[in-house]
Design a protein around this ligand. Sequence first.
Ligand SMILES: C=CC1=C(C)c2cc3[nH]c(cc4nc(cc5[nH]c(cc1n2)c(C)c5CCC(=O)O)C(CCC(=O)O)=C4C)c(C)c3C=C
Ligand SMILES: [Fe+2]
Length: 387
Amino acid sequence: MGRVGVLLLNLGGPDKLDDVGPFLFNLFSDPEIIRLPFPWLQKPLAWLISSRRKKESQENYKQIGGGSPLRRITEAQGEALKAQLEALGEQAKIYVGMRYWYPYTEEAIARIAQDGIERLVILPLYPQFSISTSGSSFRLLAKLWRENPKLQPIEYTVIPSWYKKPGYLQAMAELIAQEIDQCSNPDEAHIFFSAHGVPKSYVEEAGDPYQQEIEECTHLILQTLNRPNPYTLAYQSRVGPVEWLQPYTEEAIPELGAKGVKDLVVVPISFVSEHIETLQEIDIEYREVAEEAGIHNFRRVPALNTHPIFIRALADLVIEALKAPSLKLSQVTQMKKKVRIYPPERWEWGMTSSAEVWNGRIAMLGFLALIIELITGRGLLHMVGLL
Ligand SMILES: C=CC1=C(C)c2cc3[nH]c(cc4nc(cc5[nH]c(cc1n2)c(C)c5CCC(=O)O)C(CCC(=O)O)=C4C)c(C)c3C=C
Ligand SMILES: [Fe+2]
């Protein structure tokens, strides 16, 4: 077998406070994160949102030591994976490709080409697929492949999602069991799965399989755990005014408090490393929400990071992918997205999503006309000679 590489895909995070603004700009510039009907609006809007959000976001990063630990943890996962593959008789070079910060996916791909990698396994560090995470990275990779003839000889295969992998489920169950066993009544502790949210329209209009994969993943973890505890699944980290997947974590916790729950074991489920949303949002913000709701025993299950059973599961995924027929980027997009047209192109009367989209488009055109008038001092009607 030729030279083997594994590309670990992840989101990336600001290494220091000064990185927060440009990191947010990169994130909001992604059409898979903010879905707009007009591509030319993407960058101005990304600039506007990132500038407005920067301060609050910096405050959050300050509370976790001034930057995201994501790069350090992902690199440690890569080293552990390399050692585990070696122990199983597979020599591979590991590359980390982040979507919105260093080391960028583009840098990783340049090194893969330079190193003469012949067989590549593309492994997103998101257990479940979402258009906004793995989907966005796959779309970028497909573009890099189209644009760079040097990449054509590389025989690659993609692992779209892997939340069913027994080693992953076992490692999650083990970490949950450790936390519930520290409660005074272990069988009564309430297990609270908190998944990263996405806008509802991703699932209902764009056909994102994320919600279905999260729900199935939760059931598989509970099956593996095999305990009688009550549980809840809720969604965290909502951004912006539109509706996201429900129930929202910040509303579900007080409801459980009102029902008399005293021991809450929170399980972050969409991500395998500690990051701002575990260390700040859950550990600080949701802990406070729980405290106010009378839940005094609030425990958070640690992220998998370099848990040995989890790393072994990743190594098994890589070895299996090398043996199986290859899966191409274009096949994954087709496989994962139910075919739905979003935004709907045909006008429909009434309170429909089509009407919402078209109203939004008209409002944006009005907004553009206002900006032109502010810059030039002349309105559109003056310009076309009607006034
Ligand atoms: C605005 C839309 C967003 C969608 C959709 C979204 C989906 C999504 N994100 C993750 C994982 C992470 N997101 C992280 C940060 C982050 N994400 C958004 C927005 C959306 N995410 C913002 C604005 C931010 C920055 C947070 C802030 O400080 O304001 C991170 C953190 C990286 C780090 O710095 O540690 C992760 C991880 C998933 C899994 C997901 C959908 C499934
Ligand atoms: Fe996010």
